[in-house]
Design a protein around this ligand. Structure first.
Ligand code: CTP
Ligand code: CA
Length: 226
């Protein structure tokens, strides 16, 4: 592979990556989910490991093989991811939140399979905790990198999320992009920084996007204070 191996610029750092799409149970056989493949997050976990980091991967279900050489914590729901991430947070240096976290979950999980009836089925949903927002409140020396999946107003929405969640960088991802889209091995993203800088990356394989994101992390002013 042409990825820059041998570069150990994350040695001694602990990187927590979240990946995949959470699943919110409706009943024993059904869930609310999303189209995240997990590929971007897994590529970041792998890239961080190659650069010498101790990696914790908190992953919602995906169809991908689990990576080796990293600590893997498997979760299903947004609430489980929240608990796993918050528990690890005090011992990590860098968090990259590539997971697609469900914003809502069913108020009640039916203990039995819901039977169909004639009329409409109404599912009542309740908001999930925002993991990254909570990390932004608690952050001390940690570097926080978020993703923004958008179908419109890409940069404005990404910038707003970066500020709200107290992030050090946000990866703005136009999920309507025809060359990429969910499940693709490629991604086209723009990196947005708190000082107003933006860096538009070309269409690249997700493994290279992962490397470019980490290149920017190690150049952040706060990285030298870790
Ligand atoms: N995120 C999170 N916890 C949530 C929802 C989102 O940690 N409950 C994180 C995602 O992992 C991502 C970032 O927040 O890194 C932005 O997620 P996104 O869904 O784009 O934004 P939201 O803030 O949820 O806003 P909306 O879905 O309304 O656009
Ligand atoms: Ca969301």
């Amino acid at each position: 592979e042409l990825l820059e191996t041998g570069r150990r610029d994350l040695a001694g750092k602990t990187v927590l990556v979240t990946a995949g799409g959470t699943r919110e149970a409706i009943d024993p056989v059904r869930y609310l989910g999303n189209r995240s493949s997990g590929k971007m997050g897994y590529a970041i976990a792998e890239a961080a490991r190659m650069r010498g980091a101790d990696v914790i991967l908190v992953t919602a279900p995906t169809a991908l093989p689990l990576p080796t050489g990293v600590e893997v914590i498997q979760v299903e729901s947004a609430r489980e991811m929240f608990e796993a991430v918050l528990k690890c947070f005090p011992r990590v240096d860098i968090v990259v939140k590539a997971a697609a976290v469900a914003d809502y979950s069913p108020v009640r999980k039916s203990s039995q399979k819901i039977k169909k009836t004639k009329g409409a089925l109404i599912l009542e949903l309740t908001p999930n905790p925002d993991i990254l927002l909570e990390l932004g409140r608690r952050k001390e020396k940690q570097i926080l990198v978020g993703f923004a999946a958008e179908t419109e107003e890409l940069l404005a929405n990404a910038e707003r999320k970066m500020k709200e969640k107290n992030l050090d960088m946000i990866v703005a991802n136009d999920v309507t992009c025809p060359e990429t889209g969910f499940g693709s091995d490629f991604n086209k993203v723009t990196l947005v920084f708190p000082d107003g800088r933006t860096k538009e990356l070309p269409l690249l394989p997700k493994k290279q996007v992962a490397m470019r994101i980490l290149d920017e992390v190690v150049m952040l002013p706060r990285f030298s204070e870790l």
